[in-house]
Design a protein around this ligand. Structure first.
Ligand SMILES: Cc1cc2nc3c(=O)[nH]c(=O)nc-3n(C[C@H](O)[C@H](O)[C@H](O)COP(=O)(O)O)c2cc1C
Length: 172
């Protein structure tokens, strides 16, 4: 038997945050096909401007896949995620795990939004540190990262799941 987030699961499949989890329709389709939980497409507390680029994929001669996409195409607004979460909570009982990201390691940038996500029926919150790779050169980066995690763990009533950027040292 598989237990995760206090729930007995029928199988160990949880969809990671991606295109398949960026709309209510897509998540419901995952649920209909037996997926036990979904980490929703990452969101941030920002206003979307005009999107000038689009999501693009290309396969190089070496067989590797290259992708590029602007922040505003990839990252949902907090409002979009809250509305998706609220609708999904009514329509499915699979594990719903929104993913939140911010542009700094200040607790004030993370805590209020993560609390709102927790209050809207999330089973856990993923912290998406993908963009934190840009901050790695800043003073006391490691200390600030762990301080942020300590504060969020203390204040958020549901589990938090930090997702490290591949560019961050594995020791973190
Ligand atoms: C198109 C696309 C969009 C993604 N968007 C997100 C995202 O918003 N948040 C996130 O945490 N990960 C995102 N990911 C990363 C995936 O969740 C996953 O970690 C990554 O694809 C590695 O897993 P894989 O090797 O099975 O593909 C995205 C991946 C893809 C391909």
């Amino acid at each position: 038997m598989i237990k995760f987030l206090g729930r007995k699961l029928e199988n160990p499949i949880i969809a990671s945050s991606c295109i398949a989890t960026e709309s209510v329709e897509n998540v419901l389709r995952l649920a209909e096909n037996g997926v036990q939980g979904a980490i929703l497409k990452s969101c941030a507390n920002y206003q979307r401007g005009d999107v000038s680029g689009k999501r693009q994929f290309a396969v190089g001669k070496d067989g590797f896949l290259y992708a590029s996409s602007p922040f505003e195409k990839e990252i949902l607004t907090l409002e979009e995620c809250l509305s998706m979460l609220t609708e999904l909570r009514e329509k499915t009982d699979i594990l719903l795990i929104p993913s939140f990201t911010a542009n700094s390691l200040e607790t004030s940038e993370w805590l209020p939004s993560c609390q709102m996500l927790a209050q809207s029926g999330a089973d856990a919150v993923q912290l998406d540190f993908f963009y934190m790779g840009n901050l790695i050169g800043t003073e006391n980066f490691g200390y600030k990262l762990t301080a942020l995690l300590h504060e969020l763990i203390a204040e958020i009533p549901i589990p938090i799941m930090p997702k490290l950027n591949i560019n961050l040292p594995k020791d973190y």
